[in-house]
Design a protein around this ligand. Sequence first.
Ligand code: FAD
Length: 394
Amino acid sequence: VKLVAVVGASLAGLSSARALREQGFDGRLVIVGAERHRPYDRPPLSKEFLGGTASEADLTLESDDEDLDAEWRLGTMVTSLEAGSRLSLSDGSTLSVDGIVLATGAQPRRLPQMDQLAGLHLLRTLEDARALRADLKPGARLVVVGAGFIGAEVASTASGLGVDVTVLEAATSPLAGAIGEQMGQVVSGLHADHGVTLRCGVGVAAIEGEDHVSGVRLADGTLVPADVVLVGVGVKPTTDWLAGSDIDIADGVLCDAYGATSVEHVVAVGDCSTWYDPATRRHQRLEHWTAARERAGIAVATLLSGGTDQRVGRPPYFWSDQYGGRIQFTGHITGHDEVTVDEGSIAERDFVAVYRRAGEPVGVIAVNRGKAFTRWRRQLAQHAAANAHSRAEE
Ligand SMILES: Cc1cc2nc3c(=O)[nH]c(=O)nc-3n(C[C@H](O)[C@H](O)[C@H](O)COP(=O)(O)OP(=O)(O)OC[C@H]3O[C@@H](n4cnc5c(N)ncnc54)[C@H](O)[C@@H]3O)c2cc1C
């Protein structure tokens, strides 16, 4: 392999570039990124950066002395992939490469009736966060559409800034897809603890306003007045540009358990990809920081070895910081038949709960109990590695 292109210059792209060099790739490395910025970290955009306790300089993902000997093409999009190796770029140039890492991430979903209005926000990029931050003035009324992690974190940060916050959620319980209904309700109880109104089971009909948002019209006709609205209704993987290539797509770039796509010499990692997970025998797209970072090494090993180096990853993991506390989750909820609190207490918002399937632990969630969680996470990872090993021997 002489020339590798990494498409996407954020966490998954940077981690892949690092892994390429760490794993001995000494050829030409081109990193193409649509954003003008060097790689920066997104989690603080809804937390410290939004709250004003972290600066733009704090967001950098690179260290000062880092030199990957790469050609960075920032502010440039890759517009198509042909014949599995020819990339067209938005600056009119083309690249013929021997290997590709797809790391194009995801973009926030919009509501169908979403016009351009001042005070109406999405949150994914540094520009989004700057704009939202400027609008979060004490006493302002913020309506958050969607009680997922982004919505919950923005609600938490905004309420800390003295903003009056209402969160609207279409489902009867938030976060059910990520952590199950029972724990979704527990975690969403944090909003009420901190004076934030959460309304579940409400449909949004329209965001209203002339030039500036004035409120959110609900499906039942009532208007929730707002000075600022954040729409946090999930993301979609950035894969449109791959239409017409031979890359198989299904809610993300379809990959095996090692990041290989349907096209030879092309791997995918991070929010744009949906990897096969042997533990659940399904493809699952993870939208988590740790997956983007850790799986880069696996995908790169797959690329450089032509698929013979099959590294086993750790079970999925994510964290979310809300209202001064930390929620952590690892593993799966697929097919669990019970969730029990094994340490601490829900009422105290300080606990570890374990998801089990037929008595076997499959997932763990903790609120404000990092040490115990880390112990559980290690156990679950060992268990998963042993299972993967025995499956490989079958
Ligand atoms: C506000 C916020 C808070 C978060 N908080 C947490 C958290 O607390 N915990 C957690 O686990 N996760 C969190 N996440 C998720 C985490 O940040 C993502 O999982 C991670 O950023 C994924 O990295 P990625 O490189 O795959 O994708 P992205 O970070 O989306 O980067 C993809 C990059 O590719 C570029 N690109 C797209 N298409 C092209 C193209 N055709 N050509 C060139 N470049 C292209 C994009 O512009 C972008 O820069 C948060 C995300 C956000 C937005």
